[in-house]
Design a protein around this ligand. Structure first.
Ligand code: GDD
Ligand code: MN
Length: 389
């Protein structure tokens, strides 16, 4: 693979154009992009060519030589050795992109570059992560497709929406833009044509905006979408469906784990009460004749300490006993537990005195509430776990 660029520095917007045999279109689209790009944006256009037999890649390189830096925009080309599919070409482009905003569009002039300013602008909004140029929202249209192609596109869209629960009106669009960070850490199958769909499914909390446009079928060259790619689509949907199921399972596992940890924490609390009682009585009657309040304080200290060790090892499965680390945890645990005890005391007082609740009921309510807050606070602050895990 050869990688070239005519000027360096990182761009704000990276526009990715996959090409295969597009010699009659590529220069027109590159010029059109330069014409329509907002003047104040630093942009990088990345052509990803799969060694097109018609010399598309070479054309781009020659063009790059003639476009010396007149604007603050650059054109780059990635040459891949073989025709490896549209989505994987897009993915390759994304890997090379330096912009924070990524735009993906076709090279055959079906996607109007005049829409770029609107798309880039929409992404400036903090509540917008993905912009889809859409044929299927009000104001969108398709010109030049056969009935059959229109039907197949609609069918594919219905499959995606019903099968994968995607709510976007045009999840099959090949014209879209997004903030690069939203795909960080995700891994993609990049099968066939459906890059946007895969992003929509995997970056599932992203906010999507659709902007209408008119898709105009190409004037030159041929569509590369064949029956093999259509079949690949079904495979891609199936994989994404399984992915969704897996993610749901993962969520469920998390909630079970949350509940089981809470259960352990409560059990240890109960054991702590028993230890507290045993130790206090030991010091008042058996071992020595300590004043009962002193004995109680010792009982509390011992049971809180044993609660700490048990919760560390069992509830939160933390085996790190490095003295400084464990010492800090211990101090936090004691602090939070004391706060919890005070809160419990206050609550009992308020319930009994102000709300005339029976003492035993008030006690149970207060113990439950303070144990819950103890659990959540220690989970988050002492053992540094997410609250919900
Ligand atoms: N590098 C590379 N490798 N580029 C490819 C490949 C490939 O294997 N296959 C296609 N392309 C490029 C084409 O050169 C073109 O720039 C763009 O991808 C779209 O290919 P077309 O063959 O023109 O697709 P289409 O017009 O039939 O389909 C359009 O509509 C679909 C929605 O119905 C595209 O926009 C699709 O992305 C879109 O899903
Ligand atoms: Mn096309």
């Amino acid at each position: 693979m050869k990688y070239q660029e005519i000027s360096s520095g990182s761009a704000q917007v990276s526009i990715i154009i996959p090409t295969y045999n597009e010699s009659q279109n590529i220069l027109k689209i590159l010029k059109s992009i330069q014409d329509y790009l907002p003047k104040n944006t630093k942009a990088q256009t990345i052509v990803v060519d799969d060694n097109s037999p018609d010399g598309t890649g070479k054309l781009v390189e020659e063009y790059m030589q003639t476009v010396k830096k007149i604007t603050n925009n650059t054109i780059e080309v990635i040459h891949r050795k073989t025709k490896d599919g549209l989505s994987s070409a897009i993915l390759k482009g994304i890997q090379f992109a330096t912009g924070n905003t990524i735009v993906v569009m076709d090279s055959d002039l079906s996607h109007p570059a005049s829409l770029l300013p609107k798309m880039i602008d929409a992404l400036k909004h903090p509540k917008c992560d993905i912009v889809v140029a859409s044929r299927y929202v009000n104001g969108g249209d398709i010109i030049g497709w056969t009935r059959k192609r229109k039907f197949l596109s609609r069918l594919a869209t219905v499959i995606a929406k019903k099968g994968l629960g995607v709510r976007v009106k045009d999840p099959m669009s090949g014209f879209f833009a997004f903030k690069k960070p939203i795909i960080q850490g995700l891994s993609f199958d990049a099968i066939g044509y459906k890059m946007l769909l895969e992003i929509l499914v995997k970056a599932k909390n992203a906010n999507v905006t659709e902007i209408p446009y008119t898709f105009t079928n190409r004037e030159f060259g041929k569509s590369k979408l064949d029956s093999k790619i259509a079949l690949g689509y079904l495979k891609a949907v199936w994989k994404l469906y399984r992915f969704g199921k897996q993610a749901a399972k993962e969520e469920k596992r998390k909630s079970v784990s949350f509940l089981s940890k809470a259960g352990r924490f409560y059990s240890i609390g109960a054991v702590g009460l028993a230890i507290n009682y045993a130790v206090s009585s030991l010091f008042t009657d058996v071992v020595s004749n300590l004043w009962y309040l002193h004995a109680t304080i010792i009982g509390i200290a011992v049971s809180m300490s044993s609660n700490f060790v048990l919760n560390k090892v069992w509830t939160f499965e933390d085996r790190n006993f490095e003295p400084k680390h464990a010492g800090i945890q211990y101090a936090k645990f004691m602090g939070l537990s004391s706060l919890g005890a005070l809160a419990q005391l206050g609550m009992v007082y308020v319930l009994v005195d102000h709300y005339k609740v029976d003492y035993p009921i008030a006690l149970v309510l207060a113990v439950a509430a303070s144990a819950l807050s103890n659990f959540l606070l220690n989970k988050k602050l002492t053992f540094k776990e997410k609250v919900w895990s």
